[in-house]
Design a protein. Structure first.
Lengths: 116, 110
């Protein structure tokens, strides 16, 4: 089955700097890669996603890149702000289809701290 | 718009007591529904998923069970809680591959 590794586990940056979180996946058949942001005590919030037919996607200060050959994808946050501080999870679809169901395999998470 | 609700938000239960957590979804029909557990400082563990009323699949054998009595209602239950059942329980819904999470229930078993 699919396996997702996420690095680093913790990341500390100064406000205004960029932050990059990287994930690798094992199953080349995976075709959907979402990123979630989880603030303390809350449920994960989908912030951006990318599909295997696209190499890069951007939404304001957030971008995701996908390298299918190397089987890794990355989250890029530019001009970081203190409110970006949270735990970020990557995920990859595990291509098991049963009546339209598609399972997500999550990375272990990255705790991002943005210091003013 | 689509929204997902979970209750209660927090729960403290003694070992051996029963459990019932509820999740409801609004603004969509026939969603896929999921229950996840998140231990403190850890990742997301998929417990159950459902593609329709009465259709439940279990990912991890344990003393928890799930039911889907209505299209947009998903319930997580236990007859007797263990200390190891403590954690943050998240319900999610989706169509095909995208999943959206609810606010979660913090369960502490003492």
């Amino acid at each position: 089955g699919e396996n997702v590794e996420q690095h680093p586990s913790t990341l500390s940056v100064q406000e205004g700097d960029s932050a990059v979180i990287k994930c690798t996946y094992s199953d080349s058949a995976s075709n959907y890669f979402p990123w979630y942001k989880q603030e303390l005590g809350k449920g994960p919030q989908l912030i951006i996603d990318i599909r295997s037919n696209v190499g890069e996607k951007k939404d304001q200060r957030i971008a995701v890149t996908l390298n299918k050959t190397a089987k890794h994808f990355s989250l890029h946050i530019t001009e970081t702000q203190p409110e970006d501080s949270a735990v970020y999870f990557c995920a990859a679809s595990d291509p098991v289809f049963s009546g339209g169901y598609n399972k997500l395999i999550f990375g272990a998470g990255t705790r991002l701290a943005v210091h003013p | 718009s689509q929204t997902i609700h979970q209750w209660p938000a927090t729960l403290v239960q003694p070992v051996g007591s029963p459990l019932s957590l509820e999740c409801t979804v609004e603004g969509t029909s026939n969603p896929n529904l999921y229950w996840y557990r998140q231990a403190a400082g850890r990742g997301l563990q998929l417990l159950f998923y459902s593609v329709g009323i009465g259709q439940i699949s279990s990912e991890v054998p344990q003393n928890l069970s799930a039911s889907r009595p209505q299209d947009r209602q998903f319930i997580l239950s236990s007859k007797k809680l263990l200390l190891s059942d403590s954690g943050f329980y998240l319900c999610a819904f989706g169509r095909t591959d995208t999943q959206y999470f609810g606010p979660g229930t913090r369960l502490t078993v003492l």
